[in-house]
Ligand binder design. Structure first.
Ligand SMILES: N[C@@H](CCC(=O)N[C@@H](CS)C(=O)NCC(=O)O)C(=O)O
Length: 252
């Protein structure tokens, strides 16, 4: 049995080359990192899907870059698909985006692959009617704002409540046990290593909190560490404050 539909991506050039070989072929890109526990389970799902759909291509994109501290070292491929946490999946036909799935949602991935890998490619040459050609489906990027009808004032009040739920609160992607971004993984390990007790909030679970905190704290990224209700900073600042002993001072 051939397993040539299961491919480890080695570079952006390799990725482009593989996709360009057959523009009608459906590809499933698995963005994963070894330190993110949910990826292990999803990798197994991907192996099974690759067996079930031999005509589709399953590309494995190992995101060591998301685990690194320097944002500029982020891999080009994950950046171009705006991958902000692992695991994440992108489904393409040729270079056309068909769907994206964020998180360890095995059933959403299975359903999406079943839908796209078995739908024949749209081929304008075989059309027999005069209906206008349909554009490929655009899929929500997963970045949509929460549909809660909350005023800015109410949101800020909720954010202040979350920021003061404990002396030290970490707003992060995922949880300390299952971080979904390298920066969040590093900061929670740093706090644990320094025996700092902290509460955490997964900003990927609430888009209003995610966007609202950026504005309220005037800080564009996560993680955000809050001490005594005030923003201290992200990973770089906290790392520095641990080294100088300053963090322990403000917590004591
Ligand atoms: N140098 C930053 C790195 C953090 C960072 O770049 N975070 C990005 C990627 S996880 C982020 O939160 N982007 C905004 C977002 O995802 O909403 C730090 O010290 O914390």
């Amino acid at each position: 049995m051939s397993s040539s539909n299961f491919v480890e991506v080695t570079s952006p050039a390799h990725f482009q080359e593989v996709l360009s070989k057959d523009l009608n072929r459906v590809s499933v890109i698995n963005f994963w990192a070894p330190w993110a526990e949910p990826c292990k389970q999803m990798n197994e799902v991907v192996v099974e899907l690759a067996k079930k759909y031999p005509a589709a291509l399953f590309l494995q994109e190992f995101l060591s870059a998301l685990a690194q501290v320097e944002a500029e070292e982020q891999a080009d491929i994950s950046e171009s698909f705006e991958i902000e946490a692992v695991p994440a999946f992108v489904i393409l036909r040729g270079h056309t985006l068909l769907d994206r799935i964020s998180g360890a949602d095995a059933s959403a991935l299975t359903q999406s692959v079943a839908k796209h890998a078995t739908t024949p490619a749209y081929n304008p040459l075989s059309r027999t009617d005069n209906a206008p050609a349909k554009a490929p489906t655009t899929v929500p990027s997963g970045l949509s704002y929460s549909d809660k009808s909350e005023t800015t004032e109410e949101l800020n009040q909720r954010l202040r409540g979350l920021m003061t739920q404990s002396q030290v609160v970490l707003f992060m992607k995922g949880s300390p046990e299952a971080p979904r971004c390298g920066f969040s993984r590093k900061i929670s390990a740093l706090l644990k290593d320094n025996n700092i007790q902290f509460a955490h909030f997964d900003i990927l679970s609430d888009e209003s909190v995610r966007q609202g905190l950026k504005v309220l704290n005037n800080w564009p990224t996560f993680p955000q560490l809050i001490v005594n209700g005030e923003l201290v900073g992200g990973l770089d600042i906290v790392q520095e404050m641990v080294e100088t002993g300053e963090l322990k001072e403000i917590i004591a």
